[in-house]
Design a protein around this ligand. Structure first.
Ligand code: AMP
Length: 138
């Protein structure tokens, strides 16, 4: 399986389509999921191309996981959450829909269920959640 440079997250990285970014460093970007399954649901991606965990380099995995951890702490604080769910899918059979490596970071509250997938979030609400996450990052 080869990397498609026209996948939607590659376009986000090139600013060809809009995204709500909450964090960025030399190697990674974190932005809000447009179909949030929980308030504060965000995605962490490497800036360099790879499809998923199966073809990622150790450097890509290391950089992405460090940002995942940072964003986990940020959403815990921003949403006063009790826990964080981290999800990641590999290839279509593994549940992957966008073929640029990404990790989902979802703040969780005791007893709450994730919302069903595939429902567009409210843009204004997602912006508000992004503002909270940026503030939590200090
Ligand atoms: P998956 O590949 O199964 O991890 O799913 C891809 C995820 O990307 C889903 O949670 C989508 O809601 C999300 N997504 C798809 N397009 C965009 C976009 N343009 N901006 C932000 N998130 C997106």
């Amino acid at each position: 399986m080869s990397y498609d440079p026209d996948n939607i997250f590659a376009k986000i990285l090139r600013n060809e389509i809009p995204s709500t970014r909450v964090y960025e460093d030399d190697a990674t970007v974190a932005f809000m999921d447009i179909m949030p399954r929980a308030d504060g649901h965000l995605l962490v991606i490497p800036k360099t191309p790879c499809r998923n965990v199966l073809d990622a380099s150790p450097e890509q995995l290391s950089a992405v996981m460090q940002t995942v951890q940072k964003m986990g702490h940020a959403v815990l604080k921003a949403f006063d959450a009790d826990g964080v769910t981290i999800q990641q899918f590999n290839e279509a059979a593994g549940g992957q829909e966008v073929f640029h490596l990404h990790f989902h970071v979802l703040p969780r509250h005791e007893g709450d269920r994730l919302r069903p997938p595939g429902n567009m979030g409210d843009r204004e609400q997602i912006e508000e959640h992004a503002t909270k996450i940026r503030a939590a990052l200090g």
